[in-house]
Design a protein around this ligand. Structure first.
Ligand code: SF4
Ligand code: SF4
Length: 446
């Protein structure tokens, strides 16, 4: 009975993978990446403002002086890039990299323009058609290069400033010259280099080679049954012009998967599976779909788990550092040019310096008071100081204490600060100097 059931069981039909599977996914991901690339600097979501020395990170305006947060952010980004290269190989290159996105767009645009020119100039010589196509391509590429440069430079310069410079065709200031130079480099890159940039210049390809190991995701040719029909469609489809059948570890391979689509397209018509596919290292094609869920998403050994844990530690540290960050940075320092002075009314003065930086987006106020010495007050400072967003205020002020409240020599005080918005009741422990002789009335210079 069992034998009969097994015999009657319909044979599992082979799944024919359509030849555009990864191409479509890639184009969708690349479109999303392009939108993110443009949005991040224009809306201050993530950019480094070099003139103002600010670092915008998902709503937080960090000052370059905030070393701990900048350090955690850089470490987090670095580990993220390293982890992605180690686990997913050149996924960044094939799916996310702006250079690759614009190179492929330039390729597509050039092909369309050549088709357009050939259609419109059927009787022209091939040379004339090539020149016309090159001119037309340059005409389209130039404004596109200006736009890409504008977005790229916006990661380092406020976009509004940049826009005004662009409108005035600023070529005299350093910013204008840098913008024009980057535009020229961008134009030449997409006119002449494109994918060649990935193998000739970009350091990430070399870095990836250093970080990959036997479990790293790669594009793998696997033909144990000698099914390859040598159609070379995978070679013709490869934007880098390589033959994946020779090796899965070629430096030029960006893991874009165009060869997978090409092979599945051609062998699919013959009712067979693709011979090229994503695989975790050289373990073979089958490995991509084997194992438990964390193995299937690439966590295939302890090293990867350790990197993920490290990434989580930095992400947690960064979240905590940003969440406890005060919008107003306040520092109080004693000004010891004059150790103390005694006023005619017998009150003793000690001078201090307040440094307040408003790192938030709204106005802030600072209010100071003194504790621990009876009758102590603050002079030469307004009771409430208003700071505009981005403003740094330096203010000298005196702490004034009746001599009757003081011991000769060193006294301890606390300067209390209420900051709005931010932390109320900030305390600064300071030293207050009083004359050794309480009757002394002259200023003592240090
Ligand atoms: S070999 Fe395949 S995955 Fe590698 S670059 Fe060429 S088409 Fe892309
Ligand atoms: S597309 Fe597939 S079948 Fe054709 S040559 Fe490449 S690997 Fe062989």
């Amino acid at each position: 009975m069992t034998t009969q059931t097994q015999a009657e069981k319909p044979k599992k039909s082979r799944i024919i993978i359509p030849g555009t599977q990864y191409h479509r996914v890639r184009k969708t991901v690349q479109t999303i990446c392009f939108i993110i690339f443009v949005t991040l600097p224009l809306f201050d979501i993530m950019r480094i403002d070099l003139p103002r020395q600010r670092f915008y990170f998902f709503g937080a305006e960090l000052w370059i002086s905030e070393f701990s947060i900048v350090f955690l952010t850089l470490m987090f980004m670095w580990i993220l890039i390293a982890a992605m290269a180690m686990i997913y190989g050149r996924f960044w290159c094939g799916y996310l990299c702006p250079q690759m996105i614009f190179s492929e767009t330039a390729n597509g645009l050039e092909k369309r323009i050549i088709r357009f020119v050939n259609k419109r100039m059927p009787n022209a010589s091939p040379l004339s058609r090539r020149i016309a196509a090159a001119l037309l391509f340059s005409l389209v590429l130039l404004p596109a290069s200006v736009f890409v440069t504008f977005v790229f430079v916006s990661y380092f310069v406020p976009p509004v400033d940049l826009f005004h410079r662009l409108l005035s065709l600023d070529m005299r200031t350093a910013g204008g010259i840098v913008g024009a130079s980057v535009t020229l480099v961008t134009f030449l890159d997409f006119a002449l280099l494109r994918e060649r940039f990935c193998t000739a210049i970009c350091p990430y390809g070399y870095l990836q080679n250093m970080l990959k190991d036997k479990h790293t995701l790669l594009v793998h040719f696997h033909d144990p049954n000698d099914e390859c029909i040598n159609c070379s469609k995978c070679v013709r489809a490869c934007p880098m012009g390589i033959d994946i059948r020779k090796s899965s570890h070629q430096l030029e391979c960006t893991h874009c998967a165009e060869c997978i689509d090409a092979c599945s397209g051609i062998l699919g018509k013959l009712g067979a599976h693709t011979l090229i596919q994503y695989a975790w290292g050289d373990s073979g094609a089958k490995a991509a779909a084997e194992g438990n869920w964390f193995s299937r998403i690439g966590l295939r050994d302890g090293k990867r788990v350790a990197v993920l844990v490290l990434l989580l530690v930095y992400a947690t540290g960064l979240s905590i550092a940003i969440s406890v960050r005060q919008p107003v940075l306040l520092r109080i320092m004693p000004d010891r040019i004059t150790l103390y002075s005694v006023a005619p009314d017998g009150q003793v003065h000690n001078r201090f310096r307040m440094l307040a930086s408003n790192r938030g987006h709204i106005q802030a106020t600072v209010s100071l008071s003194v504790a621990d010495l009876k009758g102590a007050s603050i002079e030469e400072i307004e009771d409430r100081k208003v700071l505009q967003p981005g403003e740094t205020l330096q203010q000298h002020f005196d702490v004034v204490v009746p001599s009757s409240s003081l011991r000769p020599g060193i006294n301890r005080i606390r300067i209390l600060a209420d900051v709005t918005p931010g932390k109320t009741g900030q305390q600064f422990s300071e030293t207050f100097f009083a004359p050794e002789d309480p009757l002394q009335t002259r200023d003592i210079k240090k």
